[in-house]
Every structure is written in C-alpha cells, then in structure tokens.
Design a protein around this ligand. Structure first.
Ligand SMILES: Nc1ncnc2c1ncn2[C@@H]1O[C@H](COP(=O)(O)OP(=O)(O)OP(=O)(O)O)[C@@H](O)[C@H]1O
Ligand SMILES: [Mg+2]
Length: 455
C-alpha cells in the first residue's frame, strides 16, 4: 500500500487520466461493499487535488419514504487528501482505499455537518430537481438560480457561481445526486469535466445501489437471526413454564396437608417451647410456599382481560396509596407528576394495578435503606396517541448483564422472590398492546411503559 500523492498517471493527457480514474473507481466498487466507505471514496476521488476535477462535492441520497433528497456527505478539497492506492501493478489494476481516520475527519467537518442536515423536497417545480429526478440528466448551473424554490435556498449559500449536479441512477430510477463546484478558484466547470461527471455518477449510482442492497440483506439476515433466537428462547421458556406449572400443581396438595398438621401442632404445643418455635417456622414457610405456588399457577393460566376505559392516573394513585406503609417503613420519598390531560387507556384496571404494584414493590426492595421513587405520566406525543409512564428509583440499578434476563419467568436475585413479578408485568403490558423497557439512570433503575391511549 502506498499513500496517494498522485493518481499514478504517468501520462499527462487529461482524458487518459479520467479514464484511469474511472477504471480505478470500478475496481474500488468491486471491493468496497460498505456504503459509508463507498460514499467517502466516491467524493474523495473527484475532489482530490491530483485528479484536478472539482474542488468540492456533495452527495444526496433519495429517501423514498419522505420523498426528499437527503444530504449524506460533503467533501472539500482541503479534506480530500489521503486517498490510498492499493493492489495492482499499474494504475489500471489498482483500487482506492481510505483510512477510518480520514473518514471521520471528513464526516465531522463543519460543511459536511451542515449538508447532512439538508433535505431537498422532490415534489417541486424546481428545474434542477426535475432534470435530476425525472429526466435523469446532468444539470449545469448558469447563474439562473431562482429566488423562490427551497432547492435554490439550499444551493445559493453553498455553491458558488458555477456548479453542476448529476443524478445517481440505478435500475432506471434516480437514487441520489452529486453536486460539484469550484469555490476556491471560482473556475467554470468545463464541458469535459461535465462529461466525466456523468460517466462517474453512472458508475457510482450502480455501486451505491449494490451497497444499499447489501446492507438491506445484512439487516434482514440479522433480523431473521434475532427472530429465530427469540423463537427458540420462547419455546424454551414455554417448556420451563409448563414444567413449573405441573410441579406446582403436584406440590399444592401435600403442602396443604403439611400446613394443616403444622398448624395443629402449633396450637397444641405450649408457646414457650423450642418445638413451638419449630412448628411456627414450618407454618410460615409453608404459607410462603403456598403463595409462591399460587403465583406460578396464576402465571401459567391463560389470562382473560376485561377491556374498559380506565384512567391511568387513578390507577397509579391507588397503587401509591396502598403502599404508603411500605414507603414509611423503608424511608422512601415518593413523587408523582402527570400531564394535565385525562390520560385514559383501554384496559383491565385490576391487571394494570398489578403492573404498577410490582414495579413499585421492586423499587422498594431495591432501596432497603431508603431513597427516592419518582413516577411520571405523560403523553408520548400528540400524534402517536400513546402514553408513557416511568417508574424510577435510586436503588443502585440493575447490573447491565442482568438487564436482558429480568423479564424472564423465575429470574430473581432475591432470597424470597419467585422471579415472576416482571414476567407478569411484561405479559400484561403486551396484552394491552404496549411495551416496557428497563434501564439504569446512574442512581437506580428506570422502567418505561408505553401504552396506547383510548380512542
Ligand atoms: N427496581 C429495581 N432495581 C434493581 N433491580 C431490580 C429492580 N426491579 C427488578 N429488579 C431485578 O429483577 C429481578 C426480577 O424481578 P421480578 O419482580 O421479576 O422478581 P422478584 O422481585 O425477584 O420476585 P417476585 O416474583 O416476588 O416479584 C429482581 O430479582 C431484581 O434482581
Ligand atoms: Mg418483584
């Protein structure tokens, strides 16, 4: 590998040097599949000093969903040094490369950042856009920028007197545009340069389209892998759940017998004996196990939801009221803020009550020495029609490696926990067409619930 200082053209004929550039670009395309790198290589090649083509280049890609040309990258001549030529014995067999350091320098340049914030509407009467999008043809500006259209509002402050724009075309559609100009020398763009730009943009269009397709395939592959893992995980959890439910069912009857006899024993033994203490322990442990088995059986039963319009603020206030004694015992300060709107959701108030109760009790468990519990309730955004509730504590948070597991049934770090609290919460929220996320604030844990607002 050698650092570029000229594009290795022994010839001085500009035509030959442009041809070599096109050759090298086509070799580069074959070996560069990452979109980001390809965009940097594309613009660096046409602005690099030794190619002597343009002093500045801007690249836009078409966003199909919002129907705009979106600013992706801009490179000025000052930042176009650093193109490396690798492989091949001669210029025609070689290709370009660029280091991550140069890429990040180019990306963080002021001009580039400005361009990246730019969106150009496609549905306009602008002749430039019409030529690029509909005619798929090169546009050469000759000082007739209009004063009305938003395209020119963008172009006017950025590009100097003379500039050219070329469509990036793939499969007979414009997928983007390259704009070039010479702001340092104010040199006019020659017809030869325009011709080269057209050829270059044709190649770049195909390369960029391939690279985007590759990214899409890669994303689809990752999603598929993710879905497969979730399916396997779900199957495993279902098997564990079924086993636990069967076990709980089998254990319930003998446990009732043990509890009954232990209770009788307790009554018949004098209160101040050691045996009375043993029987007392058996009774309280049996009742804890019974509670746990009841929870497991409730979890394994298919839930029925009774959908009604209910006010989330009322539900949260009721939950907080029922936990006042716990807050006082644990020295926990509580704050609750809510948007002024009536925030009604369609759901089962009893189950939603269970959700907040579980989260609040978990927060209390995390703050045995006291702390702060804050709840907020607000509309996520007016058009999204959802409401967001956060439950935040100052109990030190959840270790990062545990976060993916806390919603799994039976995952617990507590001595007396069943690990079903958050699994139940998650299921209730999903049944209400909402979502829940857990995270850390630095001081403690934060749970964020999003639910659709009632019509
Ligand atoms: N606010 C929190 N702060 C820190 N850790 C938490 C918090 N909430 C949950 N966790 C962690 O997640 C685990 C699972 O919580 P979950 O409510 O499902 O079960 P549990 O509280 O252990 O038992 P239970 O079934 O009695 O609720 C907890 O054991 C704890 O480690
Ligand atoms: Mg819990």
């Amino acid at each position: 590998m050698q650092i570029h200082d000229s594009l290795q053209h022994p010839e001085t004929d500009p035509r030959l040097s442009e041809l070599t550039l096109l050759y090298q670009f086509s070799n580069t395309m074959l070996s560069t599949i990452r979109l980001n790198k390809l965009l940097h290589l594309t613009l660096t090649a046409i602005t690099t000093p030794s190619s002597n083509l343009f002093e500045r280049a801007i690249l836009f890609l078409r966003n199909e969903k919002s129907n705009v040309l979106q600013g992706m990258l801009a490179i000025t001549r000052q930042l176009s040094e650093g193109l490396q030529i690798v492989g091949g014995q001669d210029a025609l067999g070689s290709r370009w490369d660029i280091s991550e350091e140069v890429i990040s320098r180019q990306r963080s340049a002021e001009f580039c950042l400005q361009v990246r914030l730019t969106r150009i509407e496609i549905d306009t009467d602008c002749p430039l856009i019409h030529r690029i999008i509909s005619e798929r043809n090169i546009y050469h500006h000759d000082n007739n920028i209009c004063h009305k259209c938003p395209t020119c509002h963008f172009i006017r402050p950025l590009c100097g007197g003379s500039f050219a724009a070329a469509p990036l075309v793939a499969r007979e559609t414009t997928i983007g545009m390259i704009v070039v100009d010479n702001p340092d020398s104010a040199r006019e763009i020659s017809s030869n340069n325009l011709h080269f730009l057209q050829l270059f943009a044709n190649q770049a269009g195909m390369a960029i389209e391939n690279s985007m397709l590759y990214s899409r395939i890669e994303d689809a592959h990752l999603n598929l892998k993710d879905a497969r893992e979730r399916l396997l995980h779900g199957e495993r959890l279902a098997a564990i759940g079924e086993m636990a439910a069967n076990l709980a069912h089998e254990l319930k009857n003998p446990l009732i017998t043990i509890g009954g006899f232990a209770g009788r024993l307790l009554k018949s033994l004098p209160g101040d004996t050691r045996e009375h203490g043993y029987a007392d322990t058996i009774v309280s442990e049996v009742s804890r196990l019974e509670k746990m088995l009841a929870e497991i059986l409730a979890f394994s039963r298919k839930p029925t939801i009774c959908f009604r319009r209910c006010d989330l603020e009322d539900i949260i206030q009721n939950c907080l009221a029922s936990c006042v004694a716990t807050f006082e015992d644990h020295n926990i300060r509580v704050s609750f803020s809510s948007d002024a709107y009536p925030l009604a959701v369609s759901g089962d108030s009893h189950q939603l009550n269970q959700v907040f109760l579980n989260l609040i009790l978990n927060a209390c468990d995390a703050m045995p020495e006291g702390g702060e519990l804050s709840l907020t309730l607000q509309k996520t955004s007016p058009d999204k029609k959802t409401v967001t509730v956060t439950v935040e504590d100052t109990g030190g948070g959840i270790p990062q490696d545990m976060l993916p597991q806390i919603f799994n049934p039976f995952f617990t770090t507590k001595h007396h926990g069943t690990g079903l609290g958050l699994a139940i919460v998650n299921r209730i929220i999903l049944n209400h067409f909402g979502s829940i996320e857990a995270g850390n604030t630095g001081q403690g844990a934060v749970f964020t619930i999003t639910l659709p607002l009632a019509e």
